[in-house]
Design a binder for this molecule. Structure first.
Ligand SMILES: [Cu+2]
Length: 173
């Protein structure tokens, strides 16, 4: 009887978990949440990629790059203000995802830079890309193409859970 109860509880937790985490991607100790690419105008050459990366492991990892059919070159960038000017630079050594921590890639900060774009990124569509970590390796990620406003909105809600996020998104839409 006791064992049955444990199994039933576990099954319930697992099924709830898989619903709540439908948009999560796991690779090793890393979890990727809400991968998004910023929508572009026609003939744009670059697009930013954003996501939240959590590391539940005991060792730091690094986001080092990736590749995608729609992009000729993928780099990890940091945007920031230098001498009063907003600039972005390539992180040649990648972006550290600290052990037991998380990093948010968001507009105005860290991002995946999809360069040499071969097609327009249209809001509402999805794009697949490979994201590569130094230790965890490569993983295919499906990105939602979003307008900048939607991406920023999600960025601010990064600490909330996904069920709330979805509700709020539907309400504002
Ligand atoms: Cu960039």
């Amino acid at each position: 009887m006791k064992l049955n109860t444990i199994f039933a509880t576990t099954a319930l937790v697992l099924s709830l978990g898989s619903i709540a985490n439908a948009e999560e991607i796991k690779i090793g100790d890393l979890t990727i949440e809400h991968p998004a690419i910023r929508a572009t105008v026609p003939n744009a050459k670059v697009a930013g990629g954003f996501m939240i990366i959590k590391n539940t492991g005991t060792k730091a990892d690094r986001l080092i790059g990736g590749n995608a059919a729609f992009s000729g070159k993928v780099e990890i960038h940091k945007m920031g203000v230098t001498d009063g000017i907003m600039k972005m630079r390539k992180l040649g050594d990648g972006l550290e995802i600290p052990a037991g921590g998380s990093v948010q890639l968001k507009p105005g900060s860290f991002h995946i830079m999809f360069m040499k774009l071969k097609e327009q990124m249209k809001a509402g569509e999805k794009r697949k890309a490979i994201v590569e970590f130094k230790n965890a390796g490569k993983v295919e990620v499906e990105f939602e193409v979003e307008t900048i406003a939607a991406t920023i909105k999600h960025g601010k809600m990064g600490k909330m859970d996904h069920s709330k996020m979805k509700k709020m998104k539907m309400q504002s839409d």
